[in-house]
Every structure is written in C-alpha cells, then in structure tokens.
Design a binder for this molecule. Structure first.
Ligand SMILES: [Zn+2]
Length: 268
C-alpha cells in the first residue's frame, strides 16, 4: 500500500467515525473546552487575525454555505445579532453613515426606479401612507415645501409656465373659480361645472350663446352670462359657451349695450 493510499484510507476512516460518533465528539469537545476554557480564550484572543483570515478564506470558496450559515445564525440569534449590530453602529456612527450614504448615492437611479415601480403597483397604499405622513408631520412638510420653493423659484416658475401653456383649459377654469371666490360670488356645483366644461370641449362643434354661430370647441370659452363683476354666480345656470370674439367684446361693455349688439337679446 502506498503512502497516498494509506492517507486516503485514514481520511475515509475518520470521516466515517465522525459521521457515526457526532454526538460523542461534540460532548468530548465541550468537556475539553470547559476544562481549558481560560487557556482557549487567551489563545483565541491572541490569534484573532489568524481566525479572521481563515474565515475569509472559507467564505471565498464556500459562498453558498456562508450565506446559509449567516441566515440560520441571524434567525437563531436574532437578539444577539441585533445587539451586536447596534453596539457596532454606536461605536462607528460616522463611518457607517458615510458608507451608507456613499452606497445610496452610487445606486440612486436604481433606487428611484424601483421606488417608482412600487408606487405604480401600490397607488392606494401610497396615497394612504402620504395622507398619514402629512397628518403627522404637517409642520415639517410645510417647512420643507417653503424652503424648496424659496430655493427653486425660477425652476418652479418655468415649470408653471410650461404647464399652463399645455393646460390652457384647466387654467381658465381655475381662474374663473378664483375670480368667483375673490368677488365672493356664490360657487355652486363646482364638480358639475367641471364635467360640463369637459363635455362640451370634447364635442365636434358648439354654438356660441351670444352670436348663435357654430364653432370648434377650441374657438370658444366658458362665459358667465351675468358677469361675476355684476354679481353673477359661478353656477351652471349662469354659464354659457361663448366664441372668443364675443367673449372679448362683451367684457368691455355694459350689459345693456351688449344686449343691443347680439343676435338674440338676453334678459339679464
Ligand atoms: Zn359669438
């Protein structure tokens, strides 16, 4: 029998012995440890770096085992692990924070993208969470918003201009509401008015209330029959569709004068 064969046989034997006598070996090791605890602890304390090196080597070649072990350990010793983590964090606060921040910044796009996807999938939950957050942090949110507005004046103005250009209808509707509010004119049926506004703008053509001519919806505005300035209400009964030329002409005139100029006089 060659030396190599002998070695192999011995290895086989040991493996079998270990498998068959696991409990016995464990008990013997534990007893030995109890007996030589002090010496053992001193030795390990002195050779920390050696063990660390060994652990690193093992982890590099046994990735899966390492991951499984870590997971098991985390579950088994949850409390201890948490305490150790907390102690480490307390001791190294600054460097941990810096590392976390660097990691976050290096993956910021990735995080934002996954955040967007989550919101897309969980719209209702997000809405509820936002509502709760706002409720509990009203002061903080307002302060942050104020600071942001102050620091981004130009950006916001630019954005608003672009948005208003794209959403002329909404802006006009909003202005009508504001005018009504300012004049303390009664505002009724705001929702129905919005629906009415949307409805007539989606039609193929509409008739001007004043000149009775037919126009594309794009060529018309909603108009108050009795102007808000004259005490008219912002309500369905006081709204009509006006072509832009009529809308402009009417505004500059008194109602009695206006009445004489239109196709179908109206009882104001
Ligand atoms: Zn007209």
């Amino acid at each position: 029998m060659t030396d190599a064969e002998k070695k192999e046989r011995r290895r086989e034997y040991l493996k079998r012995y270990k498998a068959e006598n696991g409990e016995k070996i464990k008990a013997a090791n534990a007893a030995y440890y109890q007996k030589n605890r002090k010496r053992h602890n001193e030795y390990t304390a002195k050779n920390q770096h050696k063990y660390a090196e060994q652990r690193r080597g093992y982890a590099a070649t046994h990735r899966k085992e390492k991951v499984d072990y870590d997971r098991r350990r985390r579950l088994e010793k949850a409390e201890e692990v948490r305490a150790a983590k907390k102690a480490y964090y307390e001791k190294n606060k600054e460097s941990v924070k810096a590392k976390q921040r660097a990691r976050y910044l290096s993956r910021i796009e990735q995080y934002r993208e996954s955040g967007r996807k989550w919101v897309e999938k969980n719209k209702e939950r997000k809405k509820e969470a936002d509502r709760l957050y706002l409720q509990n942090n009203r002061h903080k949110v307002r302060e942050t918003a104020r600071k942001y507005r102050e620091q981004n004046k130009n950006k916001i103005q630019d954005f608003m201009r672009k948005w208003a250009k794209k959403n002329a209808d909404k802006v006009r509707f909003h202005h009508a509401m504001r005018r009504a509010q300012k004049r303390k004119a009664p505002i009724r049926e705001a929702k129905q008015i919005a629906a009415w506004d949307k409805e007539w703008k989606s039609r193929g053509f509409v008739k001007c209330y004043w000149c009775l001519k037919v126009f594309l919806p794009d060529e018309c505005h909603p108009d108050h029959i009795i102007p808000l300035a004259n005490g008219g209400e912002h309500s369905l009964l006081n709204l009509c569709i006006s072509c832009i030329p009529c809308n402009i002409r009417k505004k500059a005139k008194s109602l009695s004068k206006w009445n004489t100029e239109i196709e179908q006089p109206v009882l104001f």
